[in-house]
Ligand binder design. Structure first.
Ligand code: GAP
Length: 459
C-alpha cells in the first residue's frame, strides 16, 4: 500500500457511522443536548469491542512477557510534570482564524478542511481572510482545589506516557526488573484538538495503550525495529492484515524533537491513510528532563557493565479508539446472499476476528412458543455464558435473527431445533446447528463439544 493507492470512500464511512449508532457501538456524547464535539460514548457492543482490544493488548504486553509490567497512573498530575516534559511550552498546533466566518482552523491542514460557510471550498480558497498562524496549546486546563489561580492550575493529561516516566524508578525497584524492560499502561488522554473530525479518529477525549520500553543507550534502534515487527504482528492477530498497514518512516523534519527515529503505522481508513500508532525512539529525553526538574536521580545501575546511566526509551503508542475504528472499517462488508426461500438479498456483516468480536455466539431457539426448545436453548446459553459473551435471541424469523447478529459481527450462531429434542431421530438428540457468520455454512454438532469448539476459534 502506498499513499497514492488510497481510495477515499465517504459513502462507506457514512454507512459505518450509521451502523455504529443503530447497533449500539458508538454514539455522540451528550446527544440529547446537541452533543459535544470530539467526545463519544461507546454503547453495549462498542464497549465490548473496545474492552476486547484493550484486554488483548494488555495480555500480549504483560501477561505473555517477562520483561514488561503494568501500571495505572492518575489522569491529574503535578503541573511540574508538564513543564518538565515540554508539553506546557511546546504541545501546540498552529492555528489560524477566519476573519469572515470567525472559525478557527489548523494551519497545517487547511487543504483538507471544509470552509464553515462554503463546504465545497477550503478555508484558504473560500475568499475569507485568514489571520497569521499562532500556536494553540492542546492541553485542557483545570484547577485542583477551590481556588482557581495559577498556583492550582494543572492539565488533563494529553498522553499516558508521562506517568510512566515519573514513576520509572519506583516501578523498577518494586518489580526488581533489569534492562531491557518496559512499563505498559492503558488510559484516557485529552487534547483540545482544533478540528476534531472523521468520527472518533481525532477526538478530544480518547484512550491510549502505551508501552515505555527502557533499554541500554546503544540499543535504541535495535529495539525500535523489534517493536515495529511486534506491533504489526499484533494488528494481524486482531484482524488487520499486515498488507493493510503502511509503515511510514517519519522524516527528520516531521519527527518530535525528542525522537531519533519514529515509525508511524498507518491504516487506509475510508477518509484516507492515517496514523494508527506511533513507535518512537524517544532517547533519554524524558527521564533526563524529569531528573533535572525534580532533582531526583533517575539513573539505572547496570550490574553487567558496572556503569550508571539514564536508560533510553522506545515507545509504541497506540490509540484505542483508532484501533476500534480501523477494526470496524476492516470488518465492514455488504454482500448479496440468498434468504431462506432462495431469494437474493443484501446483508451487512461485520467480519470481526472472533478474538475481538463483542458477542461471540448467538443462541436461538427455533421457535419461542415451544417450551422444550426454549428450555434447551437456555441450557446451551448457560453452558456457554461463563466462557464467552453470548446473545440470546428468540424474536422473529430465524433468518432475521442471523442477519441481526451478522450486523453485530457475532462469529457463531447456535440454533436449537426439533432435531435437538430428538424428535427427528435419536442420533440427532442433543445436537445443534452451528452457523459460521462468514461462510454462512451450518454444521450439526453435539452440545457438549460446543465450548471447546468455539473457544479454540476465539483464542
Ligand atoms: N506518547 C506519545 C504520543 O502520545 P501521539 O502520536 O501523539 O504520541 C499516540 O499519540 C497515539 O494516540 C496516536 O497514534 C493515536 O492512535 C492516538 N491519538 C492521538 N491523538 C488522538 C486524538 N485526538 N484522537 C484519537 N486518538 C488519538
Amino acid at each position: 500500500m502506498n499513499a497514492t493507492s488510497s481510495q477515499r470512500d465517504p459513502a462507506k464511512m457514512e454507512k459505518i457511522v450509521s451502523l455504529c449508532k443503530r447497533r449500539g457501538f458508538i454514539f455522540q456524547s451528550s446527544e440529547i443536548y446537541g452533543g459535544l464535539n470530539g467526545a463519544w460514548d461507546y454503547g453495549p457492543l462498542g464497549v465490548e469491542l473496545k474492552r476486547n482490544i484493550k484486554d488483548y493488548w494488555w495480555r500480549c504486553m504483560t501477561q505473555l512477557r517477562d520483561d514488561v509490567v503494568g501500571m495505572d497512573g492518575a489522569i491529574l498530575m503535578n503541573r511540574a510534570v508538564w513543564k518538565a516534559s515540554g508539553h506546557e511550552t511546546t504541545f501546540s498546533d498552529p492555528m489560524v482564524d477566519c476573519k469572515t466566518c470567525k472559525r478557527r482552523f489548523r494551519a497545517d491542514q487547511l487543504d483538507s478542511i471544509e470552509c464553515g460557510q462554503r463546504p465545497s471550498k477550503t478555508p484558504s480558497t473560500c475568499g475569507g481572510e485568514l489571520t497569521e498562524p499562532r500556536a494553540f496549546n492542546l492541553m485542557f486546563k483545570t484547577y485542583v482545589g477551590p481556588i482557581e489561580d495559577d498556583s492550582s492550575l494543572t492539565y488533563l493529561r494529553p498522553e499516558t506516557a508521562q506517568a510512566i516516566f515519573a514513576q520509572f524508578k519506583t516501578v523498577l525497584e518494586v518489580s526488581r526488573k533489569k534492562l531491557p524492560f518496559g512499563i505498559a499502561q492503558i488510559g484516557k488522554a485529552f487534547r483540545n484538538e482544533i478540528n476534531p473530525r472523521n468520527f472518533t479518529f481525532r477526538s478530544r477525549e480518547f484512550e491510549q495503550m502505551e508501552l515505555e520500553f527502557f533499554v541500554q543507550p546503544d540499543k535504541g534502534f535495535e529495539w525500535l525495529e523489534y517493536w515495529k515487527e511486534e506491533r504489526l504482528r499484533w494488528y494481524e492477530a486482531i484482524g488487520i492484515p499486515r498488507a493493510r498497514i503502511r509503515v511510514l518512516t517519519v522524516p527528520d523534519e516531521s519527527r518530535a524533537f525528542y525522537s531519533k527515529g519514529t515509525y508511524d503505522l498507518e491504516y487506509e481508513f475510508p477518509f484516507g491513510i492515517q496514523e494508527l500508532e506511533g513507535i518512537a525512539y524517544r532517547t533519554d529525553y524524558d527521564l533526563k528532563r524529569h531528573q533535572e526538574c525534580s532533582g531526583k536521580p533517575l539513573e539505572y545501575f547496570d550490574e553487567e557493565t558496572r556503569t550508571k546511566y539514564i536508560p533510553h526509551v522506545v515507545e509504541p503508542s497506540a490509540g484505542v479508539d483508532r484501533t476500534v475504528l480501523a477494526i470496524l472499517c476492516e470488518a465492514y462488508a455488504e454482500e448479496e446472499v440468498k434468504d431462506e426461500g432462495g431469494k437474493s438479498e443484501m446483508r451487512t456483516v461485520l467480519r470481526f476476528h472472533p478474538r475481538v468480536a463483542p458477542v461471540k455466539c448467538g443462541v436461538f431457539p427455533l421457535l419461542k412458543n415451544k417450551p422444550e426448545l426454549v428450555v434447551k436453548a437456555h441450557e446451551v446459553r448457560d453452558l456457554l455464558r461463563p466462557l464467552m459473551t453470548v446473545f440470546y435471541d428468540d424474536a422473529g424469523a430465524i433468518g432475521r435473527r442471523y442477519r441481526r447478529q451478522d450486523e453485530a459481527g457475532t462469529p457463531f450462531g447456535v440454533t436449537i431445533d426439533f432435531e435437538t429434542l430428538g424428535e427427528k431421530g435419536a442420533e440427532w438428540k442433543d445436537t445443534v446447528t452451528l452457523r459460521d457468520r462468514d461462510s454462512m455454512k451450518q454444521e450439526r454438532v453435539p452440545i457438549p463439544t460446543l465450548p471447546e469448539r468455539l473457544l479454540s476459534r476465539i483464542r
